[in-house]
Design a protein. Sequence first.
Length: 247
Amino acid sequence: MSGHSKWSTIKRKKGAEDAKRAKIFTRLTREIMVAAREGGDENMNPKLKLAIGKARAANMPKENIERAVKKGTGEIAGGEVLEMTYEGYGPEGVAYIVEIMTDNKNRTLAEIKHAFSKYAGSLATNGAVMWQFDQKGYLTIRGEADFDEVFMQAADAGADDVVEEDGVIAVFTPRDDFSTVEQALGAAGYEFEDSELRWFPQNEIEIPAGKALQNMRLMEQLEDSDDVQSVASNLSITDDLLAAFAS
């Protein structure tokens, strides 16, 4: 998990720069719309509260947020967003799971196919690679927090791992205990930067550096799509690879 946690940190920092671009609003709007299906009151809907918090942090206009909520609840038209999952292979057989939110399935499929093809990969049939992953809860704490306190509270609530890397405290939970841990930490006063279910590989694979970097460029292109919410792979990402990718 270490390499992928660091990859997430790099993408988070990159996301701060991307927030200057209008396309980040598209992704956030869809996230709010999907969350609002479970209720339009953010105080009663933790998923919506988190999505709105991300939008505010990206300086998304208040009226845009309110419109997205109303689309999600059905109060106004235009809330048709599909959630889909694609599976695929990158160079050297690296396995991928790509989670999507889109208002145009055909456009999204064309973008995903193009990304895999560009980097010598291909889409796979449903279930072809998913068996190599486990879905777990993933939370990161916003702001400064005491690691030991977070660890004890998370562990008591059912978390199976808590790590700190580059100043970010990340909590990992079994899928079935995700909501319990999230609620316990929220009740303790913690706010979340991320709070979601993610796919983690059961085993990571090491491949030659050149092919690994090719996979990382594929991951970056997939994550840069407006429609992509998350990308998981079983590539082993070392510090050396991260340094080479960043250079």
